[in-house]
Ligand binder design. Structure first.
Ligand code: HEC
Length: 400
């Protein structure tokens, strides 16, 4: 077992090969030839998870022996248990499908192996690095993943890093502040600030609301407001593949009140253990003149060489925009956007990114500097999870 990839510490929050796989009986059939041909064409077949069956029964036995006193035999803590009463915060409910599906197995592996404190959770969650082998921890996590029963929520293992131009396939509970500086050859530089609020609904929906403000030539004004919805069309954890679709509607707040629809498709795919690929295709369709719109493709590859959420992760994004009526513009306008993503909080729920977008052909601007700060509010309040978790009075002392 120790030589198999699955017994190595899994990556997180991006998984590559997910550390915990379903038992083979529940694994879905390999896709048929036509779908595989499409997937090859899209470049999504660079990795496939190798078969690795985990001993779920042993995972359950170890869970009942080592974890159930605090987490409850069915994943929900029992407030009547003496050990639980002093716990603050109380452990989350593993039988809740939203929570259970949202958290990547790789994160849970890290919390179980190294304890809550190192990842910005409470130190009352002990480290089990000496008590269990990596394979045994994986089995317990695989057991934890069964505690929510059958459900339709997509797996959080397929939640990859947010880029700048590529639409994310994953659905979030998140607030993001974006900043963009555009350097123009004529000296008319522009600065745009935007605030976006994303909220999950039901198992597979997300809505988003975005407000954009722009400074141009020394003049500041509200630029546009955007509202939209996204739905997860397909997910496949063993193949680390996620596909979503949706639409945004943007209304210009400048004079003219131009409005447009922006339908999109977005996909995410793990590439081996440390790389992720995200791709999106969207179209801007002005209501007054849909023919004056465009088609925009963007892809980004991120490299996450470590499973710790706090770190610096490089990414490279490539975009292509094709106006329906190019006029005297290039038919396809390419840009390249090297960037870095920074995990700021220990828990990884507050992150920042910065990058520079360079036009490769149509040079209407010299470059654009992009930055954002995001807060994933499902993983805790903004100010939580930055420092080593504090030990409980009656808790474990090894991280104090
Ligand atoms: C002494 C009580 C205790 C024991 C024993 C315990 N836990 Fe925990 N665990 C906690 C507490 C408390 C938290 C919540 C920490 C927080 O939210 O700050 C937690 C959190 C977790 C989380 C993180 C969930 C999240 O919020 O993402 C995982 C995963 C976890 N425990 C797994 C295990 C496993 C697996 C075992 C057994 C091998 C175990 N725990 C044993 C108390 C315990």
């Amino acid at each position: 077992m120790s030589a198999s990839p699955a017994s190595r510490p899994p990556r997180s929050p991006q998984p590559g090969i997910p550390p915990c796989r379903r038992p083979s009986s529940t694994r879905r059939q390999r896709p048929g030839a036509p779908w595989r041909a499409v997937a090859v064409a899209l470049g999504f077949l660079a990795s496939t998870a190798s078969a690795q069956d985990l001993d779920l029964l042993r995972g359950q036995r170890n869970y009942l022996a080592a974890c159930a006193a605090c987490h409850g035999p069915h994943g929900r803590y029992d407030p009547a248990l003496p050990g639980v009463q002093s716990l603050d915060p109380k452990p989350a409910d593993f039988s809740d499908p939203l929570f259970n599906s949202r958290e990547p197995a790789g994160d849970w592996f890290m919390v179980t192996k190294h304890g809550g404190a190192l990842i910005g959770f409470s130190a009352a969650m002990p480290a089990f690095t000496d008590a269990f082998s990596d394979a045994e921890i994986e089995e317990m996590i695989a057991h934890l993943k069964t505690l929510a029963g059958e459900h339709n929520y997509p797996p959080g293992d397929l939640n990859y890093l947010l880029a700048f131009r590529t639409k994310k396939a994953w659905i979030e509970d998140e607030v993001v502040y974006f900043n963009r500086f555009t350097r123009r050859p004529d000296g008319e530089d522009a600065v745009a600030n935007a605030l976006e609020f994303e909220k999950r609904w039901f198992a597979r929906w997300q809505t988003e609301l975005k407000l954009v403000h722009e400074f141009e030539g020394g003049q500041g004004q509200w630029d546009e407001v955007e509202a939209g919805a996204k739905y997860v069309l397909y997910d496949h954890l063993p193949r680390t593949f996620l596909l979503s679709g949706g639409a945004d509607f943007a209304v210009s707040l400048r004079s003219g009140n131009e409005a447009e629809a922006i339908p999109f498709l977005a996909a995410a795919k793990g590439l081996g253990e440390a790389f992720t690929l995200q791709t999106s295709l969207k179209s801007h369709l002005p209501f007054r003149d849909p023919g004056g719109g465009d088609l925009e493709w963007a892809s980004v590859v991120h490299w996450m060489p470590t499973p710790w959420p706090r770190g610096v992760f490089p990414g490279l994004e490539l975009t292509a925009r094709a106006p329906f009526q190019p006029g005297d513009q290039d038919e396809v306008q390419w840009t390249l956007l090297p960037q870095f993503n920074f995990g700021l909080s220990r828990r990884g729920h507050v992150r920042a990114a910065a990058g520079v977008e360079i036009p490769l052909n149509q040079r209407t601007y010299d470059f654009r500097f992009h930055a954002y700060v995001l807060w994933d509010f499902a993983d805790g309040m903004f100010w939580e999870g930055w420092r080593k978790g504090r030990a409980q009075p009656a808790g474990i002392s090894e991280y104090e």
